[in-house]
Design a binder for this molecule. Structure first.
Ligand code: GRF
Length: 205
């Protein structure tokens, strides 16, 4: 069986992307991070991935969303990507993009995202800051399948954290990011062990 091929999409700092790249390197060839893609030229994740010898692509926002997504689909097809991990990717994917990608995998949805809250609480941007502001009694992290909505896809794993409401926001951010890195890299590892099952890239004739 060939290694699973994973693409990471990220728009920002890239700490989750880095955690995934580090984990992939320990998986003795069962899985490879084929590339990191960003829509932002200035995203620090691009440099970080290059320093780890991972190929990067920049596909900047276009006026036409369809053309933008077609360019990305071309890369996914060229690299025969099995799974996409969104890691701070600040764009929604269209229904036609999702359908095209799943058509290469027997209809399976093999795109996942990580979000720093216990969804459905606090979807969207600034989730940690909003929970902190509300002095939420419990927070956490969610890994979920991606659909057309904002952080609305089917939940795969959630872990809760009880953080003291009097702690500064920076403590919350650090604790939640640590949990994210652990959960996302554990999920990557479980894929390499066949859970959930991967439908390998297969382009229909
Ligand atoms: C993470 O909190 C992730 O959950 C959210 O965006 C943030 C990205 O952080 N979707 P980083 O770029 O991985 O450091």
């Amino acid at each position: 069986m060939r290694p699973l091929r994973v693409a990471i999409f990220a728009s920002g700092t890239g700490s989750n992307a880095l955690a995934l790249i580090n984990k992939a390197q320990t998986l003795s060839g069962a899985l490879e991070i084929s590339f990191v893609l960003s829509d932002k030229a200035m995203a620090p994740v691009l440099k970080k991935a290059q320093e780890m010898s991972v190929r990067t692509y920049l596909v900047e926002k276009k006026l036409d969303r369809h053309n933008h997504e077609q360019e990305i689909l071309k890369l996914l097809r060229e690299h025969r990507i099995d799974w996409i991990f969104l890691a701070g990717y600040m764009r929604l994917l269209s229904g036609s993009f999702l359908r095209q990608f799943s058509s290469w995998h027997e209809g399976a949805s093999q795109i996942v995202n990580i979000h720093p809250s216990l969804l459905p609480a606090y979807p969207g941007a600034e989730a940690i800051a909003r929970a902190h502001q509300d002095r939420a009694s419990q927070t956490g992290v969610t890994v979920h399948f991606v659909d057309e909505g904002m952080d609305t896809g089917e939940i795969i794993i959630q872990e809760a954290l009880n953080l003291p409401s009097e702690a500064p926001l920076s403590d919350w951010v650090d604790a939640i990011h640590r949990l994210e890195h652990r959960m996302y890299s554990n999920f990557l590892e479980s894929l390499s062990l066949g859970k959930p099952r991967t439908f390998y890239f297969e382009e229909n004739p």
